[in-house]
Ligand binder design. Sequence first.
Ligand SMILES: *Cc1c(COP(=O)(O)O)cnc(C)c1O
Length: 400
Amino acid sequence: MEKMIYLDNNATTPIDPRVLEAMLPYFRDKFGNAASIHHKFGWDAADAVKQARQQVANVIGAAPEEIIFTSGATESDNLALKGIASMYADKGRHIITCKTEHKAILDVCKWLETKGYEITYLPVDKYGIVDIDLLAESIRKDTILVSIMAANNETGTIAPIETIGAICKAKGAFFHTDATQAFGKIPLDVEKMGIDLLSLSAHKIYGPKGVGALYVRRKNPQVRCEPIIHGGGHERGIRSGTLNVPGIVGLGQAADIAVREMANESQRLQKLRDKLYNELSDRLEGVTLNGHPNQRLANTANISFAWVEGEALMLGINEIAVSSGSACTSASLEPSHVLRAMGVLDVLAHNSIRFSLGRFNTEQEIDYTIKRVVEEVNRLRELSPLYEMAKQGKELRIAD
Ligand SMILES: *Cc1c(COP(=O)(O)O)cnc(C)c1O
């Protein structure tokens, strides 16, 4: 197999050729500014944005006016948290989130703490599901926002969004969800699920990088969000700046394809994902799944291979693109905050690999991946004194 295999679709996805095709005219003849109201260039751009807004809204049962285009989910998360924090500071300064959130949430929360806000970081169980009773107990009179992600990027674990939405509604706190990994992959309905704000991104669903959206509820109740970017008054004044028309067209097209193909695609991916996990755990000992066994995205399998460093395994199978459970963004090899919050031992977090499948993966690629991972895990274990001790039945203390 001379071609690289891409199994890191939770980090980003390749663009779908149909999405690229839809975008191209908006780089060429249809280059107008969607805010130019006096000529056809502007009208064509505005029409395209209008259609994309509808396409995005359709995926989550929203009205098109409730979609605010942004530069991606990081900006959407910033806008949701900072926007609500500053708009409702008089009502209260308490926000609830969860320990396994993406850094785009956690780092904003840390920043808000320096500005006089109080943040509650809820724990999760061993599958990565937030403690619902504790969530309900934690909502106070001065709680303005609860932010819990819809699906986790590292493990794929899906949160009980509808339950959380109902609790927030009953207790009078707004509910934001970072749905970057869930949007277009699992059914989402802002009405049924009681969602007040929702972040999404194009490049996780086969669209372009640098474009996303924030859903902001307009009625029952109306949610007001203070802008973080001022100037020009685009997007109902919530997010100024000339619209990224080709990007927005791409997001719309990607959303439309995702929702139409969701049922078939998730079925196909789940079969491949389960084949991958089942064969690996049949053929190797010491294989564990990190994440919920079934409340999980169809494309994600985060797997620990005991006695094998994830980083070493990744190097060994470098024709296959995956992620490890260590955040190598920092100079030190910190184990993932997500796995840690789930109570996964640090050693096993260091042994973990995230396989995230996507639209363009084939069964042949999964078969090849199984073969290569088995070979490489066996090879690395042969070199490992820890594995040698375990095999000889010496008691092996897995501690950190
Ligand atoms: C990728 C991701 C983000 C960041 O999205 P960008 O569009 O790259 O800024 C935020 N949250 C989650 C859960 C993600 O997976």
